[in-house]
Each structure stands twice: as structure tokens, then as C-alpha cells.
Design a protein around this ligand. Structure first.
Ligand code: UDP
Ligand code: MG
Length: 310
């Protein structure tokens, strides 16, 4: 008998939970010699999500468990809490809105059981039903991060993935405060097989990710897994330094050979001062981002706080 743990982060999902559970049950019941446990994480929902989870737990006390946070800590924290609670030989991470098709579960288990792969991930091959601008931004994000970071982030990869206990322990050993799962799953290494599928829309409720929120998430991801922005600051500084040396030499030489010439005027000077001032602020800002993250990490605050656990 193998054991599969299903980790499900939920934030304001009262409508999705009653649809999610039977849909997943139907698939896992097809798998032979498998014991299943569910770990739902209520990420400080403002609706009746916790009530739905309690109800589910009462109906299936041995199978369905939940962790409920004291407030909203974000999906990354919810995933971490869920993973920590699991005890299965295999662990799968799923969204509750059925955008991660449960029909893949038997195939995923099959691959992990019968091959050397440590992880089966999923990848969306299209983004129908999503705003053009959002798709454009996300494809640019993958371009940039893969160019500047050593960690390879697969375009379109979802958080929906099944992993072996060994890989889960590796993921759990990364206790960083700013968690960027896409990067963490890739950073720990191991062999991952990707299954492709077409985009599925939510069964109920609404996504909580605005374009702006996604943009900030992407920027944080870059800061978490690359130090390239710091090098950009160094490069900008070096280039403007070299240019200013050339300028100084030019002015001195002209003064020697053409003593009557005066300086070009103040407009160009003001532009230069503004340019350099701007560059300096930009670079300090970039450095500040990293210092800020170091600050948060050194405080060593817990990643989440549990109010109720069953
Ligand atoms: N989620 C969460 N905490 C949050 C936001 C989202 O636990 O602060 C959960 C949400 O309930 C869902 C999953 O993360 O199960 C993915 O969220 P969503 O469907 O909004 O994102 P998308 O599928 O559009 O990427
Ligand atoms: Mg979703």
C-alpha cells in the first residue's frame, strides 16, 4: 500500500470545495493499492471556506484534514504548511478550482511508481480565456528569468505536480521567508517529467491574481532566484563612470588647444545631473530590494500561523 497526500490551498473557495472533493475522489479511486489523505489549507478566507472544510472532515475524519491560518498568508505559505503536514510516499499539490485536471492523477502515480522520475509536473500549452496582455507579460517573465537566473523555470508550468517523499523533504528543507515555489521546485533538482494540457477555466469563484499582483510576484521571483539586477547596477555605474572620464579628458584637451572656448552651457549640465542622480537612485533602489529581503529573512518570522488544525 502506497500513500498519496493531496495538498490543497484554499482562499475564499466555499463554492469550489464541494465540487473539488468528489471530482478528485472519482480519479483516485481508480488507482489500485493506494491510501489517500487530503490536507486542505484555509489561507485566512473571509467566506465559509472553513465551514466547508469542517463539514468535509466530519464526513471523512480519517481522510480529510485541514490547517486553518490566523490570517491570509498567501498561496506560497499555504503550500508550505500543507507540505509540512503530509505523511504520504507521494505528495501532489492541487488548486481547488479544478483548473488542475484530476484526471492526470492515475497517470502521475503510474509514472512515479514505474520509472526513475521523482516528480511529474504539468504544463499549460495555451492560455485561452486569459487576457492577451497578461499572457504577454508572463511569457516575457519566463524569457527574462531564464536568461538571468541559474535556476531553470519551465514556461507555463503549473504548481500542479506530484513528487516523491525524497523531493518533498528537499523542498521542506528550504525554509526561506520569501517563497517562490516555481523556483524552489526547480532549484532542488531531481528528475521532472512534464505532462501537457490545455487551459481549463475555474469551476467557481474568481481568481485572486490581478495583473499587478502577478507582476509583483514575478519581480519577487526574479529577486529570489537571481542576483542579475545587482550586476545591472554595477554596469550602469561603470558605464557612466567611463563616460564621465572621457568627458573630463575632452574638456581639458579642448581647454589646452582652444583656450578661448567656454563650456557648452547649463542645459546639458542639468540633463547630466538629472541623469546621474536618477541612475544613482535606481541603483540604490535595486540594492535596497535585496537588503530588504535580507532584513525580512533575518527577522526569522514564521512563514504562517495556525489557528486550527484537524
Ligand atoms: N490561494 C491561496 N491564497 C491566496 C490566493 C490563492 O491559498 O492568497 C489558492 C486558491 O484558493 C487556489 C490557488 O491558490 O486554490 C490558486 O489560486 P487562483 O485560482 O486564484 O490562481 P490561478 O489559478 O489564477 O493562478
Ligand atoms: Mg486557479
Amino acid at each position: 500500500m502506497d500513500k498519496l497526500s493531496i495538498v490543497v490551498p484554499c482562499y475564499n473557495e466555499e463554492e469550489s470545495i464541494p465540487l473539488f472533493f468528489p471530482a478528485v475522489e472519482k480519479e483516485v479511486n481508480k488507482i489500485k493499492k493506494l491510501e489517500v489523505e487530503y490536507w486542505f489549507v484555509n489561507d485566512g478566507s473571509g467566506d465559509r471556506t472553513l465551514y466547508e472544510l469542517r463539514k468535509l472532515h466530519e464526513n471523512h475524519p480519517d481522510k480529510v484534514h485541514y490547517v486553518s491560518f490566523s490570517r491570509n498568508f498567501g498561496k506560497e505559505a499555504a503550500l508550505y504548511a500543507g507540505l509540512q503536514a503530509t505523511s504520504g510516499d507521494y505528495v501532489v499539490v492541487m488548486d481547488v478550482d479544478l483548473q488542475d485536471p484530476p484526471a492526470f492523477l492515475p497517470q502521475m502515480i503510474d509514472i512515479l511508481r514505474n520509472s526513475d522520475y521523482d516528480c511529474v509536473g504539468t504544463r499549460r500549452v495555451d492560455r485561452t480565456g486569459e487576457a492577451k496582455f497578461k499572457s504577454f507579460l508572463s511569457s516575457q517573465f519566463y524569457n527574462v528569468i531564464n536568461r538571468i537566473s541559474q535556476t531553470n523555470i519551465v514556461p507555463g508550468a503549473r504548481d500542479y505536480r506530484m513528487m516523491t517523499r525524497q523531493m518533498i523533504n528537499a523542498v521542506l528543507s528550504m525554509k526561506e521567508y520569501d517563497r517562490f515555489s516555481k523556483g524552489i521546485f526547480s532549484w532542488v533538482g531531481f528528475q521532472t517529467k512534464y505532462l501537457d494540457y490545455h487551459n481549463v477555466e475555474r469551476v467557481a469563484g474568481e481568481t485572486d491574481w490581478s495583473t499587478w499582483k502577478l507582476f509583483k510576484y514575478a519581480m519577487n521571483g526574479i529577486a529570489d532566484f537571481s542576483q542579475a539586477p545587482l550586476s545591472i547596477a554595477v554596469w550602469l555605474g561603470s558605464v557612466s563612470f567611463i563616460l564621465s572620464i572621457i568627458g573630463i579628458i575632452f574638456v581639458i584637451v579642448r581647454r589646452i588647444f582652444e583656450p578661448s572656448s567656454s563650456v557648452f552651457g547649463w542645459a546639458s549640465l542639468v540633463c547630466l545631473i538629472l541623469l546621474l542622480g536618477g541612475l544613482q537612485l535606481l541603483c540604490i533602489g535595486i540594492v535596497g530590494k535585496y537588503v530588504g529581503r535580507t532584513y525580512m529573512q533575518t527577522k526569522n518570522r514564521p512563514i504562517y500561523i495556525v489557528k486550527e488544525k484537524q
